[in-house]
Design a protein around this ligand. Structure first.
Ligand code: SF4
Length: 293
């Protein structure tokens, strides 16, 4: 018997093989203008008897599970007591777990005290996926992210201080052509100010269902960046990121025209060299038809 998921169901690419428990449904914010993941759902929290039943069932079927992802869009919105209860129970039932993770937005992290975050971490939830998207306040406002650069930095550092592994996403092209430089400057500043353990760069891809809302909320003409401009954004981003701690950087998501990966600070020059090479070899671009968000 399989779990009875409430679709659509999303998880980060690196959790593709993880067992997923839906402890919340949808996204408690649900307003970012570039994201249509949970538009069809109303935010809700699953009751303990349902969650427990699923954990019990899967613990029998897949006792050797190593990774568990708690869905949907911001499971960290759960009340601390409840989250600790869920995570502790999962740890008890799955003996070979390597990690438990979930999506979190800056507000979820900022709403909890360091002590609450620590209790959840001690219980066994040790990794958050958080969308930075952009570090420019102008763009964050235009895409109605509900966060500003300062709160993003604060949230990532707060979680890291407690011991969480932070995997963050940024979106190339999010400011369009006009705000391209501003977007990259701000984004590099945010990454440099909080050194997430992982940073993944996606490229903006507007699904049909969200396109009009995105363009309206943007508030002025939006000219998408070309593949060439996206590569320049990637180059500028890498060259402006200045970190001392290791940051594993990947721009290999299916939405990107190009593939780049490496670890800051040591691989910075190699990544820049690879981009210089790519600029001379446009044939390495991923065809548009093969891209998706
Ligand atoms: S990007 Fe994240 S916070 Fe924003 S609407 Fe989508 S799921 Fe919610």
């Amino acid at each position: 018997m399989m779990l009875n998921y409430d679709y659509p169901l999303y998880r980060p690419p690196s959790e593709a093989r993880s067992l997923i428990f839906q402890v919340t449904l949808g996204c408690s914010f649900n307003e970012c203008s570039f994201c249509d993941m949970y538009r069809s759902k109303e935010y809700g929290e699953r009751p303990w008897d349902e969650v427990k039943l699923e954990i019990d069932m899967m613990a029998k079927q897949l006792p050797d599970t190593q990774r568990i992802f708690l869905a949907d869009g911001d499971a960290l919105n759960l009340d601390t007591e409840y989250m600790v209860k869920v995570v502790k129970y999962i740890k008890e039932k799955f003996q070979n777990l390597e990690r438990i993770s979930c999506y979190a937005m800056p507000m979820n992290i900022l709403k909890k005290t360091p002590e609450e975050l620590k209790r959840i971490h001690d219980a066994g939830l040790t990794m958050f996926y958080l969308g930075i998207e952009s570090g420019s306040d102008v763009i964050l406002k235009k895409v109605t992210k509900g966060a500003i650069a300062k709160t993003i930095i604060k949230a990532v550092n707060k979680a890291k201080d407690v011991g969480y592994t932070m995997s963050c996403m940024v979106i190339l092209g999010l400011g369009g052509s006009k705000y391209s430089k501003e977007h990259i400057r701000g984004t590099a500043e945010v990454i440099s100010a909080c050194s997430p353990n992982y940073v993944g760069a996606l490229t903006l891809y507007l699904e049909n269902g969200i396109k009009n809302e995105f363009l309206t909320k943007f508030g002025e003409e939006f000219v998408p960046v070309s593949d060439g401009q996206a590569l320049v954004e990637l180059e500028d981003l890498i060259s402006q990121i200045d970190v001392k701690d290791d940051v594993v950087f990947r721009a290999n998501h299916g939405s990107n025209a190009y593939t780049i990966k490496g670890t800051f600070p040591q691989d910075k020059q190699d990544m820049l060299d690879k981009i210089s090479w790519m600029k001379k070899h446009p044939e390495v671009i991923r065809p548009k038809g093969l891209r998706g968000f």
